[in-house]
Write a protein of this length. Structure first.
Length: 266
């Protein structure tokens, strides 16, 4: 009886190996081109000419906006921003030296007048010059994409906190690959590629949001999947289906500073 079972097992294994071998030989993407082609190939058969790629003028120096960018702040005014408490009112944060603006603690978040989905965002920020508090109480703010998904801003220079809450993290979601924070007296940059979530017709998530972040030129989020709505407490689950929405900056009680903000629709 045991020999019979061994014989049956041997036959089954042999059959499986033969099947896998046959499947590998018939896979739809061969590793080498077939020797016989149904028609002669010419170089122009794989050349796409139209429509021509759109021409833009790139920035003359790193961090400056290209010609097709929307300028959200250039040091002059906060005309592209409003109060999140009351969007009919101007942004209540303070412009300093026609160079940057800073959070006015207790005034509430600010948000863009325009709404965005897929985008490329450049933003520069600095912790308050005077180092105070520790952990989440130091230079805390955040960039909210579609008013829901937060890229954390924090003074993480020699400042220990939970991994998925430090600078460069998707807050309470994904920790950054490395800590690339500069000192509180220096400016930091985020260069972000954000892909908005897609929803099915019935409201279910078809594809989650994704984000790539360079912090001071260092990759800290590599096409990271965003697991859902940013929550301080509880799991991050996706909200009901939504479209484009505002970019928001957080008032977390610190005088965090911002400058040179621009965005491109993708």
């Amino acid at each position: 009886m045991k020999r019979k079972n061994l014989l049956v097992s041997s036959i089954l294994i042999t059959g499986l190996v033969v099947s896998l071998s046959t499947f590998a030989q018939q896979r739809p993407y061969p590793s080498t081109p077939p020797e016989v082609s149904p028609m002669p190939m010419k170089p122009e058969m794989t050349e796409i000419w139209d429509p021509e790629v759109t021409v833009i003028t790139p920035a003359k120096k790193l961090g400056d906006a290209p010609s097709d960018a929307i300028i959200l702040f250039d040091g002059k005014n906060l005309d592209q921003w409003v109060s999140q408490k009351d969007p009919s009112k101007a942004a209540p944060w303070k412009i300093v030296n026609n160079d940057h603006f800073e959070v006015v603690p207790g005034s509430g978040m600010i948000q863009t007048k325009l709404k965005f989905g897929d985008c490329q965002l450049h933003i520069e920020f600095s912790a308050p010059d005077e180092v105070a508090n520790a952990g989440q109480g130091r230079g805390n703010s955040g960039v909210f994409f579609q008013n829901r998904y937060e890229l954390q801003i924090l003074d993480s220079y020699q400042n220990r906190t939970y991994r998925n809450g430090q600078a460069g993290s998707i807050y309470k979601d994904a920790a950054p690959l490395v800590n690339a924070m500069r000192t509180p007296l220096e400016w930091n940059t985020y260069d972000v590629i954000y892909t908005a979530p897609r929803y099915k017709a019935d409201g279910r998530v078809d594809a989650p949001a994704r984000i790539t972040v360079l912090h001071n030129g260092v990759l800290v989020q590599n096409n990271t999947t965003i697991l859902g709505l940013t929550n301080y407490i509880g799991l991050h689950l996706y909200p009901e289906a939504h479209g484009e929405d505002v970019i928001a900056l957080q008032d977390h009680g610190n005088k965090t500073q911002f400058r040179n903000i621009w965005i491109r629709r993708l």
